[in-house]
Design a protein around this ligand. Sequence first.
Ligand code: ARG
Length: 579
Amino acid sequence: MNIRELLNQKVLNAMATVGVPADLPALIAPGKKSGFGDYQANCAMGAAKAMGTNPRELAAKIVAALDLAGIAEKVEIAGPGFINIDLKPEWLGEQIAKAQSDARLQVEQVSNPQNVVIDYSGPNLAKEMHVGHLRSTIIGDSLARLLEFQGHNVIRQNHVGDWGTQFGMLIAELEEQLGAKGDEAMALKDLEVFYQQAKKHFDDDEAFANKAREYVVRLQSGDAQMLKLWEQFKTISLHHSTEIYQQLNVTLKDTDVRGESFYNNDLAPVVKELQDQGLAVESDGAQVVFLQELADKEGNPSPMIIQKQGGGFLYATTDLAALRYRVNTLKANRIMYFIDARQSLHMQQVFTLSRKAKFVDESVSLEHLAFGTMMGSDGKPFKTRTGGTVKLAELLTEAVERAGALVSEKNPDLSADEIAEISRKVGIGSVKYADLCKTRTNDYIFSWESMLSFEGNTAPYLQYAYTRVQSIFRKAGVTPESFTNAIIIGTEQEKTLAIKLLQFSEVLDQVAREAMPHLLCTYLYEIASLYMTFYEACPILKDGIAPEIRDSRLRLCHLVAKTIEQGLDLLGIEVMERM
Ligand code: ARG
């Protein structure tokens, strides 16, 4: 139980004792500034209103009934009826000791694990992964790691675009190039170039275009030769994505791929079911659902096409089928979609219709966790200098190179191997952190300078804070892993740091609830900053420091390092021993 939960329970007990109705909340929060207490209960004003009494008097009664023996050293009423709680340093020391000697840092496993389906990354296999897929991939992965750490059963689903008309063109091109070169890996070495060749071929050569059209039809009717070419194409294209996932330290595996094609056989039944329910109607030869729930200002319902004139199915049809699979087969309790904000209407339609058609009942939480666009320094969507899409592979290579230059400049004594490893962790970490630390729903400007800075809320700053702690242990010649000495919270800096460290699980709960990784970034940045302040004010290895103070501070440092390491790991970012 974290501090907030503990205080919450204690204050609720006191409220019950003095007759406050049971449904009123205790409203516990960390004190915002000094003079607010370490924690503050904000319950008395609301309760007094509900009970028709004076808030300060009620607060005084609650405080009198409040049993915080051994936990708080001071409980005070402030302002109109706030209850300020100052925690006892001895108690804080005991909590820190428990966290420091626990591999999970006192983060409990959830008591009610859910089946959480996380839909993320989802590149289109016709093309190479580009920066547009970066945000979904890293934000989704961070939530997958975090929910798994909390003890949920996370089911990753990589909804790749592996179906659609352009595959006729692509496999026709593959067939021709294979005839000429005989090596599919060679032909598809650069998917981007391959796609352009196919497209040009399609535009310039009428016979080829006809063949491509014929191939789609054959592919869709299950022709073995076409399927074989398509499989070849998919395998290689997926391989490109897998390489990026490894480079990015993203946990998606090949077995998490559940692409659009997986649902092919379910599409006709979805349409039939919607027709049977009277939800889908014919309109200009297409099958359309008109959603009054999403009507525009004039009251016109929002049209959702689920089958084209001529029989083709759509992106939306596939998403409806995927939802049914996730609920019926994967038994999802919560489904999280990390998809660009520009697909909001699509997601709203899919969610609204699946509820309406009873594909999904109310107990299942459906969440479109939209994110904004990554912008270039010109404030327009991030592009290459010539206006092309930026390939993810190239962006990551550049990140590692830039980090390498910084690292070797900062620490010329490192070996080439060390530099290579550190630059990989710093470079990739910087790109990921720069994205994760921004409020998910906003657009943000991509900037090499700020993401690679050793100052401020960046990956290098946190990685550096971690290495600083490690260097203290090297200097002291100890690993505080097995220390059992008492933790003495003697100074203001130690107290502030200790309280912040003990909020780790509260922060994780909030990130898990809101799917907002930036809250974890902010928290880790605060830890690192408070650590620096503590380090300035509280000498550790200096001559004349009493051994029990020294060992206590070493344990505190150790918990700082473990928290940063664990927190960064949940963001998919690695630490290093030195940099
Ligand atoms: N392939 C899609 C795109 O690139 C993303 C897939 C997202 N997932 C989903 N279930 N629609 O836009």
